[in-house]
Design a protein around this ligand. Structure first.
Ligand code: CP3
Length: 346
């Protein structure tokens, strides 16, 4: 693989400046994205490879970030397993029928990514051609637990009561669901790697709602089973868990190259806990992008100082960029990270 700053940092190799990419870097905060969305529904956009590739490239051209992330959604995987998916206006994702019983799980289809998710593989192939020599392409999937939250609750949730009730009352059913999802996620990510993804990120957006005892029983084994079955071949693997700062000593037992952390913990404290034999990604609060340039710079300086110029830091937000973020502040963030981290090394 070409000598990309982002890939080098994933493997804790020396870089000229700290690489940065931004979760949800293609999205509504960009006028170019909104222009495409005016004519195309979100899911149709995900399923039209030429358009999905086009919006993937928008932040590369506009922001000068060090990696591209495939434009898609974690919920196209449950859809490929036979669940009906809709994004209602202002309502977030809606999935039906909800998964509650063993027979619901048995009805979920095993996926063949090259057929039921061929649009994703096609998008990756287009992007590899378009990006060659510029920046590497990150593929992704939701983690089994996070996907299960949407499938059992039928959409977003506050307390995740239906999934937790399943875990507590019918643990065998919950385990069967997580196991089936872990097979699907493994097949999906391996297909993305085969199609050309140069890194993969596993998004566990909701695993942070678990107590440590539940994380150990219902989250960890299924992420581990995905990570251990990936055909990595030089492709770095990132595990990102939102709200996971109290679970880092557990996450470090996953055999990933990188752990992504949110802003609720100082990055130096997090890094010490996961160990310096692992790269770390993060961790600016997305709301800091609503400060002025000086404010943003102060917060970036603090994170870079805490990361200490040690090889293996990838700058990112602690969660996705918010739709109302001023785009010039996102551009400023990338400039600031590149500038300050170069000074750091000089
Ligand atoms: O990071 C990127 O730029 C790549 C694209 C990407 C999207 N979703 C595009 C998207 C990625 C990596 C995701 C992952 C995703 N999707 C996650 C995990 C990461 C996270 O943010 O926690 C989750 C939980 C989802 C599910 C999902 N998709 C939600 C809750 C929503 C918001 C619904 C809404 O109305 O805001 C989406 C929609 C979505 N996914 C959008 C984008 C750009 C907005 C769709 C639009 O244009 O209206």
């Amino acid at each position: 693989m070409a000598d990309y700053r982002f890939i080098r940092a994933c493997f804790r190799q020396k870089v000229d400046r700290t690489p940065i990419w931004i979760m949800r870097q293609a999205g509504r905060y960009m006028p170019e994205y909104r222009a495409v969305r005016e004519k195309t529904e979100f899911l149709e956009l995900c399923k039209t490879p030429e358009l999905a590739a086009k919006v993937t490239l928008q932040p590369i051209d506009k922001l000068n970030v060090d990696a591209a992330i495939l434009f898609s959604d974690i919920l196209t995987l449950p859809e490929a397993m036979g669940i009906d998916l809709k994004f209602g206006k202002g309502m977030g994702p809606q999935l039906s029928p909800v998964i509650r019983s063993r027979s619901d799980i048995d009805r979920l289809k095993e996926i063949d990514p090259e057929s039921s998710l061929s649009f994703v593989m096609q998008t990756i192939r287009i992007l590899r051609r378009e990006l060659e020599g510029r920046v590497p392409l990150i593929g992704f999937s939701g983690a089994p637990f996070t996907l299960a939250t949407y499938m059992v609750e039928g959409g977003s949730s506050k307390d995740f009561l239906n999934l937790k009730t399943m875990m507590y009352k019918n643990p065998k059913t919950a385990h069967a669901l997580f196991a089936k999802l872990s097979d699907a996620v493994t097949a999906y990510l391996n297909a993305q790697i085969a199609a050309g993804a140069q890194a993969v990120q596993i998004f566990d957006t909701w695993a942070g709602i678990c107590s440590p005892i539940d994380f150990d029983a219902f989250v960890f084994p299924y992420v581990k089973s995905v990570v251990d079955r990936l055909n990595r071949n030089g492709v770095p693997v990132i595990y990102y868990c939102n709200g996971g700062s109290t679970l880092l000593s557990r996450m470090r037992k996953l055999n990933t190259d990188v752990i992504g952390v949110d802003w609720r913990i100082e990055i130096d404290v997090a890094w010490k806990e996961i160990g310096y034999d692992r790269a770390i990604q993060g961790n600016l609060d997305p709301c800091v992008l609503f400060m002025d340039r000086k404010g943003i710079e102060e917060r970036v300086r603090d994170i870079l100082k805490r990361a200490g110029g040690r090889p293996g830091h990838i700058f990112n937000l602690g969660h996705g960029v918010l739709p109302t973020t001023p785009v010039e502040n996102v551009q400023a963030l990338v400039e600031i990270v590149h500038e300050l981290s170069r000074e750091d090394r000089a």
